[in-house]
Write a protein that binds this ligand. Structure first.
Ligand code: SF4
Length: 348
């Protein structure tokens, strides 16, 4: 028996005859890995329509270049997306790291480069390091449109939502590399909810699930780290220091979840020369929610993607209505690809 099938058997034995347990994986990579491995989230590109509308506004300005990760291209704004704007002539460049923007700025001294700084604790330190490098070397044509989010405040908000029922969290390995596992201790101490930091291989996820189930059935609530090879209790101290030097916490809007206190990052005033919204505010009207998209409930674990009436019908990866269907790690995209459920039916 392989390690994986041995772990599955242990989980089955442990869960047999017990009440249904609701576990929530926090990150999309876990969702994809869970589906891929046939075992049966909250972190897609969590950006509001308004953010994409602002990026589109800047892309339409003469002499502006938008620099972004590829998975932002298809994220819908209220009327368009960046892929369509690029096809229409906007100068939008795919980059692989925020530091690529320094080269882009040097190669295009007559243009303004705007980096779309979205993401979580995993990528934000590199954006912060890029701002520091730009300031230290006197770069004047590089700007950031920031919408970075922090994971712990979102988990706190979920646990305070009476509609959300969670018995344990599969905590995100990549985010925890930066934050450390200790940052999640409040789940156990304040809410009596266990959490386990997990790697991304099927075996690592199963080990974490087994740990969670044992805690739940034994009435314990602890924060365990099953990804010790890369995650330390204190996290990456250097990355956290750079992040704190450049950014400060701010209230932030989460799609479908509303505003969450201190759940976002904004550039500190001493780095405001790099904040495009300070230098050149976008003339964008707040947009209304698109009808039918239930990303908020999907992200809070209240419904699964097939419960959204648009899933697999109006909303598919090539014609995404909401952000959960966009990135390969979006929860609706993962369900669409791996569950075999389309138009309300499972494929053979
Ligand atoms: Fe939103 Fe599409 Fe998911 Fe429905 S299926 S919740 S519209 S992303």
């Amino acid at each position: 028996m392989s390690d994986v099938s041995g772990l599955i058997q242990k989980i089955k034995n442990l869960a047999e005859g017990k009440n249904k347990i609701r576990l929530m994986e926090v990150c999309g990579t876990h969702t994809v890995s869970i589906f891929r491995s046939g075992i049966r989230q909250i972190l897609p590109a969590n950006v509001e329509f308004d953010y994409i509308d602002k990026a589109i506004f800047y892309s339409a300005q003469p002499d502006f270049i938008i620099a972004t990760f590829g998975d932002m291209l298809k994220v819908p704004g209220s009327k368009s997306n960046l892929a369509d704007e690029s096809a229409g002539g906007a100068d939008i460049r795919i980059i692989y790291s925020p530091t690529d923007c320094l080269k882009l700025a040097a190669e295009n001294p007559d243009k303004k480069i705007i980096f779309l700084a979205v993401g979580f604790e995993t990528t934000s330190p590199t954006a912060a390091a890029t701002i520091l490098a730009a300031k230290n070397s006197g770069v004047k044509n590089l700007f950031f449109l920031s919408a970075q989010k922090l994971v712990p405040p979102a988990l706190k908000m979920l646990l305070e939502d009476p509609q959300v029922k969670v018995d344990g969290f599969l905590l995100p390995g990549h985010v925890s590399v930066v934050t450390g596992s200790d940052v999640f201790q409040f789940l156990a101490s304040d809410y009596k909810i266990p959490g386990v930091v997990a790697g991304f291989e099927p075996e690592e996820i199963l080990i974490a699930i087994l740990n969670l189930l044992r805690q739940i059935y034994e009435g314990r609530a602890e924060i365990a780290n099953e990804y010790k090879s890369v995650v330390k209790p204190e996290g990456n101290v250097t990355a956290k220091k750079i992040l704190a030097q450049v950014y400060e916490e701010t209230d932030s809007l989460w799609r479908g979840m509303g505003e969450i206190k201190k759940s976002g990052l904004k550039v500190r005033p001493e780095f405001s020369d790099f904040d495009i919204e300070k230098i050149f505010p976008a003339d964008v009207k707040p947009c209304e929610k698109k009808s039918g998209c239930r990303c908020g409930e999907v992200l809070r674990g209240i419904i699964t993607p097939p419960n959204c009436p648009l899933f697999g019908k109006k909303c598919e990866p090539l014609h995404a209505v909401g952000p959960c269907m966009v990135s390969v790690e979006g929860i609706c995209a993962a369900w669409y690809k791996y569950s075999g459920l389309k138009n309300g039916k499972y494929n053979d």
